[in-house]
Ligand binder design. Structure first.
Ligand code: FAD
Length: 490
């Protein structure tokens, strides 16, 4: 064991949601300390049950750790994997390695804030230095404050305030080498059972669609960002609402796992803006979406109960329906509304869904079916590769009309007109709902309006090959508005 009092005592770099080498301030600081580095990842078993990573996240985590481990090996360092309660694992690894310091990048989930503060205090008491950094956000979530020193509840002034701050620091380069610390025992990633279809996971391999769509890891993130910047960024303001086009960046899972940081994206987009005059509006619109991510973290920081509790008090009395059949039809993508079913199937197959369609399926669940937004939040948590406590909770509360700066409750998306507007040629629906692909465009988003002859020609038998709509949208809309009337006061 190394003597912790010497400069050669190692530093532990505790990787968490920052699975990258570039723009990783904790890693850079660990290396700058001149100590050998022990890279560590802990599969925590102390996350509150409901927020343990869902199936899609576990799949991604496996791939991302594999990629990180390979990258570290190329830098002649080995990633140490441990399971357990982080509050116990950290001091134990510090003792095993004789570490004099631990470096990490901050998390902002409420349980992690409290736990990390305890770990920090405990390590310091043991004489181990601890330093933490921000790698996850452009700015710390507590930084922007209103003139009266309060947190923001509305996005636009929040975004304006953010833009008035000094620009985010330039991203740090990836280190050329990671000085190797002592070798200690590590779990085998394969034994963690994160992948479906392995004996330990005890579930069939449902991840084929995920494998086909994603390349987790720092390099995959970089390549996807560059492809987006080259091809789609200049058109982002026009195409970002079109699920039939690959017009958005699909950075969300890479950002969630920290394979890329928002400061890297910010800098890369600024660079393109400087180079191309025609991309200004599009780039501004894109950066604003990164701003929504910051806003979600701001809300979660100030209202830590956001993922569990309805933000607006009057919505706590909302007469939500108990409708397990409706919920199951929504989850499986068999509601009879093609754009809703396409979205839910895209989600199940690929672990991702286009933002416009997330809004449509979200509105359908909470307004057409009157099912509690927390059911939607939970399903997304389990199935999204980008499932993120802050963005998921803030977005579900937004769509349900009960969150901060939320869509007004009476704004109820019409799944037929939304489909016609944002998937006008029907390419998205035809891809994900092939059983109605032969319908002409005119009837594709509302098959029940097609004459019998047209249905027969398209080989569609409603109620057999494709469901009848599970609710009548017009009646469901009125039911939702009536329910809203009940809680309007207060
Ligand atoms: P782009 O359009 O390329 O945007 C770039 C980045 O900006 C995204 O990667 C994301 O980090 C951020 N961003 C974009 N829109 C939003 C938004 N509305 N709120 C917060 N950040 C945003 N996003 C998640 O990352 N995790 C979630 O769990 C999540 N759940 C959602 C649930 C619902 C009901 C809704 C309506 C939206 C949810 N979103 C969530 C927000 C948004 O749909 C995704 O971030 C976006 O679709 C990701 O695709 P992209 O990377 O191609 O986005």
């Amino acid at each position: 064991m190394t003597d912790p009092r010497t400069a050669q005592a190692p530093a532990i770099l505790w990787f968490r949601s920052d699975l990258r080498l570039a723009d990783n301030p904790a890693l850079s600081a660990a290396i700058e300390s001149g100590r050998p580095v022990v890279p560590l990842f802990v599969l925590d078993d102390d996350t509150p049950g409901a927020w343990a990573p869902g199936g899609a996240q576990r799949w991604w985590l496996h791939q991302s750790l594999e990629a990180l481990s390979e990258t570290l090996q190329r830098h002649e360092a080995s990633l140490v994997l441990r399971t357990g309660n982080a509050a116990e694992v950290l001091p134990q690894v510090a003792q095993e390695t004789g570490a004099a310091a631990v470096y990490w990048n901050r998390l902002y989930e409420p349980w992690a804030n409290a736990r990390d503060a305890e770990i920090k205090a405990d390590l310091k008491q043991r004489g181990v230095q601890v330093e933490s950094f921000n790698a996850r956000l452009l700015f710390e979530p507590w930084t922007p404050k209103t003139g009266s020193g309060q947190p923001y509840k509305v996005f636009t002034p929040f975004w304006k305030a953010l833009q008035k701050l000094a620009p985010p620091p330039a991203p740090l380069p990836a280190p050329a080498t990671v000085p190797t610390g002592p070798t200690i025992k590590s779990d085998r990633l394969a034994d963690w059972g994160l992948l479906p279809g392995t004996p330990k996971a005890k579930e069939p391999d449902w991840a084929g669609g995920l494998r086909a769509h994603w390349t987790p890891g720092e390099q995959g993130a970089r390549e996807r960002l560059n492809a987006f910047l080259d091809t789609w960024l200049p058109h982002y303001d026009e195409t970002r609402n079109r699920p039939d086009k690959p017009g958005t960046s699909r950075m969300s899972p890479h950002l969630h796992f920290g394979e890329i940081g928002p400061r890297q994206i910010w800098a890369a987009v600024q660079h393109r803006m400087d180079a191309r005059n025609d991309a200004q509006n599009a780039a501004t619109a894109y950066l604003q979406e990164i701003g929504w991510r910051e806003f979600s973290y701001h809300l979660l920081y100030w209202w830590p109960s956001l993922p569990e509790e309805t933000w607006k008090d009057n919505f706590k009395r909302f007469p939500w329906a108990d409708d397990p059949d409706g919920l199951r039809a929504w989850q499986r993508g068999i509601t009879g509304y093609p754009i809703v079913d396409a979205g839910m199937r895209e989600l199940y197959r690929t672990g991702w869904m286009h933002n416009r369609v997330r809004m449509i399926v979200g509105s359908f669940l909470v307004k057409d079916l009157l099912i509690h937004w927390r059911e939607g939040e939970a399903w997304f948590w389990d199935t999204l590769v980008d499932a993120d406590l802050a963005s998921n909770a803030a977005s579900w509360q937004w769509i349900a009309g009960c969150g901060a700066d939320a869509a007004p409750y009476f704004r109820i998306f019409n799944p037929v007109t939304q489909g016609q507007k944002f998937d006008p040629e029907g390419a998205y629906v035809r891809h994900w709902v092939p059983e109605i692909a032969r319908l002409p465009d005119k009837y594709l988003h509302a098959p029940w309006t097609a004459p019998d002859r047209v249905l027969a020609d398209a080989r569609v038998r409603l109620g057999t090959t494709y469901p009848q709509p599970i609710v009548d949208h017009k009646a469901a809309r009125q039911r939702a508005l009536d329910a809203f009337q009940q809680i309007k006061q207060g």
